[in-house]
Ligand binder design. Sequence first.
Ligand code: BDR
Ligand code: CA
Length: 315
Amino acid sequence: MHKVIFDTDPGVDDAMALLFLHRHPEVDLIGVTTVFGNVSLDLTTRNAQFLHQEWGISAPIARGADRTIDPLRSDDRAASVVHGLDGLGNIGLPDTIDWPLDPRPAYQFIIDTVRDNPGEVTLIAVGRMTNLALALQADPDFAGLVKEVIVMGGAFDVNGNVTPAAEANIHGDPEAADIIFTTPWKVTIVGLDVTLKTIMTGEYLADMAKSGEKAVQLLSDLSQYYIEFYKSRVGIAGMAVHDSTACVYLVRPDLFILRSGAVRVVCGGIADGETIQAPDSGRKFVGTAWDGQPSQWVCTDVRSGEVLEVIRTAL
Ligand code: BDR
Ligand code: CA
């Protein structure tokens, strides 16, 4: 059984990933932490509460960061054009949802839960990595107690989706991501290199929803705006299931090809948020920002058809 804390900014594809983790028989979802990103922190937290209520998810929710780790960055770089003004496809949600929140800030919840379960917890981060970076700043030693970190973010051998250089989760808080990647814990990065190959068509989703099951029907309803965005703005027939793909890595790592090597994030300038890897098999770059950095794992390819089937089966 995989004990998981899910760090998220729901978000349409975040919602699918949450339902996947909730339903997968090998996953024990022990906490959900929210972060600003696809929409404001108030809305991502409200959306997590809504989804917990609708889907009967009992894992505690802890509210996280509402802005970048570097106070000098001024904006939250929200992506409501992708996910709708409410973050869940404009389905018409109430402003607040009466669902309990853990009293601790997300970073403290993460530290405490990992310390209570040493060596057992996988952190899956599918939004800005601000909460994880705050946890490392508050308690650097907790990193040694984390089993694994899985991140949806980055674009290595492909262009970004916010700028040609940067993917949204990294672009939204580059300094936080660089802290995560340069910490000596095991990080696996599931970026656009593989998530843009993992496209779920509207027909595929409709077929899943045909079961008439209420939870999957809601997922289908809130995904329509996102599917339309991909059709009109990206020119793809279907939606990239970014965050679920990262969750599938947890249970089926055999479906992915990985490359190891130090990873850094460009912080500032026209390539702000770009992710770069120095593969272990290549040059050493002695005396540079890569020298002595821990090796992390970047997904470079995926058996996407099988990833979609893993999602369908769990849902
Ligand atoms: C990532 O950005 C968000 O829009 C999605 O939820 C996903 O986590 C993809 O770049
Ligand atoms: Ca997300």
